[in-house]
Design a protein around this ligand. Structure first.
Ligand SMILES: *[C@@H]1O[C@H](CO)[C@@H](O)[C@H](O)[C@H]1NC(C)=O
Ligand SMILES: *[C@@H]1O[C@H](CO)[C@@H](O)[C@H](O)[C@H]1NC(C)=O
Ligand SMILES: *[C@@H]1O[C@H](CO)[C@@H](O)[C@H](O)[C@H]1NC(C)=O
Ligand SMILES: [Zn+2]
Length: 386
């Protein structure tokens, strides 16, 4: 009896796994833009490097709060690219301690809001082994949570960065597909950086090395990977986050930091023009003020280059789908987010079961105040008792 049940269960489990087909090696004649692209360092559409826009993607992770917003306002606001469109940047946001009225502000300034999970729970192995159901609660539900609390449109949320850059294999991408997400920005590339690996889809097998697996190995049509192309630090080690570089300039070394950024930028700009990522946590600027000053200087410098564009990460995917040369790109009209009002409210204090220290939470949001503290499994903080 018990054996029969076990056998039935095994058959069922196999059937579920087989619903995903193993990815085959990519065949460029079958996999074509705009919806399919084999992983490659070739410039999309065979453009020449000098005709290809050099995209810069600046991203910040974790919660958005009253401290780090000051940096975002200072560094990012009121800057324009050579096409006269505002610069982009992408925020991979977590729920705890996030002030959603500030997320609303970032959105209204034209920046991209993306997912980084509700809980950002430790340890990383939680994410490595997370089930489809768990990932739905952390990621799918976060879209609803973010769009309601910050009053932004669900369809503007397109990207994901996994906590700790911990890939969650096929489950992660299955949940992304169900939630209508477009791209992942968690997968570090340390080998194919010069020339750099352009974004590609997972219709076919990814040749990218898997440093923080499990990485997906099923065919997952139409989902994009935007590889985190590593920097090379001053001792020749690679790092995917600027603040994780081992051998970087000193905290007050402005000149060193500017040279460090430019050297890594030029690997792309003088190479195959794959996107140049500046991936960082804002808190690093507190311990390394020179890094912030150098970023500002760097943005001033690239502002003078007619073929360099600071954009949000989803814009790179859009361009790869329909690649056009710089002179055409310059003539395109700017994309805009429609402004969304926020009648801001301060809610709480709330207690939450998940917090070990029994601290209380306040919540700054654009919607009406939840009955309880929102968390995984109850993303809108609805009263659990009814
Ligand atoms: C991306 O950036 C541009 C700024 O050029 C902005 O107008 C656009 O709406 C942004 N897209 C998203 C999805 O946030
Ligand atoms: C695909 O990856 C999973 C881990 O996520 C692994 O268990 C499985 O054996 C892999 N399948 C193939 C065909 O490599
Ligand atoms: C959300 O934004 C829309 C458009 O600006 C506005 O009409 C609506 O009142 C806003 N909702 C809240 C709860 O702030
Ligand atoms: Zn994080």
């Amino acid at each position: 009896m018990g054996v029969k049940v076990a056998i039935l269960f095994a058959i069922f489990a196999v059937a579920l796994t087989e619903a995903l087909e193993t990815a085959e090696p990519c065949d460029p004649s079958k996999c074509q833009l705009p919806d399919c692209r084999c992983a490659s360092t070739n410039i999309p559409s065979g453009l020449r490097a000098q005709d290809t826009p050099q995209f810069i993607t600046i991203t910040f992770d974790d919660n958005v709060n009253t401290q780090n917003i000051a940096t975002y306002r200072e560094v990012l606001y009121n800057r324009r690219n050579k096409n006269n469109c505002p610069i982009g940047a992408t925020f991979y946001v977590t729920h705890e301690y996030t002030d959603y009225t500030l997320v609303n502000e970032l959105y209204n300034e034209g920046f991209e809001i993306a997912l980084h999970s509700i809980s950002h729970k430790s340890p990383p192995s939680y994410w490595a082994t997370a089930s489809v159901e768990e990932l739905k609660q952390e990621l799918g539900d976060q879209i609803t949570q973010m769009s309601i609390f910050a009053n932004i449109s669900e369809s503007s949320i397109k990207g994901l960065r996994m906590p700790f850059f911990q890939m969650a294999g096929n489950n992660q991408f299955q949940v992304m597909a169900e939630a209508g997400l477009t791209y992942d920005s968690s997968w570090g590339a340390t080998n194919s950086i010069n020339p750099g690996l352009w974004p590609y889809t997972l219709d076919y097998a990814s040749p990218q090395e898997c440093n923080i697996g499990p990485c997906p190995n099923a065919s997952l049509p139409g989902l994009w990977v935007s590889p985190l192309l590593a920097w090379v630090d001053n001792s020749g080690y690679t790092c995917t986050m600027v603040d994780s570089c081992y051998s970087s300039p000193g905290p007050q070394d402005d000149r060193g930091w500017l040279e460090f950024i430019i050297r890594n930028f030029e690997n792309h700009y003088h190479g195959n023009r794959a996107h140049f990522g500046f991936y960082i946590h804002e808190a690093y600027f507190t311990s390394h003020p020179a890094a912030k000053r150098a970023l500002v200087r760097f943005l001033d410098l690239v502002d003078n280059l007619y073929d360099v564009f600071v954009v949000n990460a989803s814009e790179v995917i859009e361009w790869v789908k329909n690649p056009i040369p710089v002179d055409e790109y310059l003539k395109q009209s700017c994309k805009t987010n429609d402004r969304r009002e926020c009648a801001s409210k301060i809610c709480g204090p709330y207690k939450s079961d998940h917090s070990e220290y029994g601290q209380e939470y306040r919540l700054n949001i654009c919607s009406s105040c939840p009955a309880s503290y929102p968390w995984v499994g109850n993303p809108l903080g609805l009263d659990k008792s009814n």
